[in-house]
Design a protein around this ligand. Sequence first.
Ligand code: PA5
Length: 442
Amino acid sequence: DALAPQLEAARAEVLADAELWAAGAAVPEQKEPLDAGFHLLPDRLLAELKEKGAASELARLKATADRLAGDCKSVVVLGIGGSYMGARALLESCCHPYYNEVPADARGNRPRIYFEGNNVDNDAATGLIELLKSRDEPWGVVVISKSGGTLETAAATRIFLRELAASAGDKLSQRFVPVTGTSGKLFDLATALGAPEMYDVPDGVGGRFSVLSAVGLLPAAILGLDIEKLLAGAKAMNDHFATAPVKDNVVLKYVGVSHLLEETEDCVTRILSTWGKRLEAAGLWYDQLLAESLGKDERGALPLTVVNTRDLHSRGQQHQEGVRDKLITNVIVEKQDSKPLAIGKLDLDGKAYNQDKLDELAAKTLPEVLTAAIAGTNQAYAEDNRPTTDIVMPELDEHTIGQFLQMMMLATVVEGRLIGINPYGQPGVEAYKKNMNAILRK
Ligand code: PA5
């Protein structure tokens, strides 16, 4: 309640920023660009689909994805930071947990997806090239770089394009789809290579805010995900954010709790506690979003994603008894996709085994064990006055992950408004790039 007027004001400013972007108006003078475009992108893309049908960007994205899926058994997605994390989050949250390993028909005959160009790792790049060669199957490349000049991605692009040329021959340009700005080095390279299809990262949409543009949507469509459902989830979150009163508004409540605990209790570490492996990459996407957006002017909370119960056996001790500087946000998915596995009895060849003394839990299923772990962990935190908050998702699919991604992007810009930090731009990242380039070119 104490913070409600400030949250209302921050929401109004964020909504006004989006309106300015939608109107194509010049944004007020800022230290860095005010890249508010992410906010209304879902609404805009869905409206365009309705209006223009096959000529819309969404329809074109799907057509490109289907063509690539028809032509290629594997697709290598090159990109780093905001040009990578979102696509990985969509793969891990919405696809089969062993997507690349299962037989093609179990993944709807869509291509395997590999991520590269997100590091400078000779062994990883070599390993992937060896794997692709060993399969002797057609593959393709999607390069995602808004600036078109990020060295990690640009170097990988050269390396993988050479390999692709050797494998695809004169079909090279058809197996290579760039997602980039409307000008720049990657744009020029793709034009020179005659790439028939290219996608834009729209103006006013910053890297880590671009998951719901072609940056995340093209890989998602290649995976066969329902990208309209994804955008509809994000749009639903936009509508909720704009209209729900502060006390019922998930975006504003999350910002309010996080901000107050930071200001009044020194909770400068934000643990995103995901209960299940499928949300790990979404958590890492959020780590980047928060760190790169608000970690400025010697401010900004430290985000840290954990996957439980796995990390209860590594970081749990510190979260339970370490420095009192943490807010733990549980991300809980209520319903799992798969049929519950029971612990069951261990009867092998007619002989019963109970040396592990688990017979008394035989009727329990893995979801029941997880529910008990969530309750037990949070009870222990509560008993020691360790603050927690919960984000509950009824299930994990394109709609709910679309809601989650949009919720966290909105929360980040609202918090930026609240603390007077421009969440867009990442001037601190430029320092290493400048030095690295100078060292390389000496
Ligand atoms: O969030 C951001 O803006 C960054 O993480 C960028 O996405 C990242 O640096 C990659 O930039 P680019 O897409 O220009 O290659």
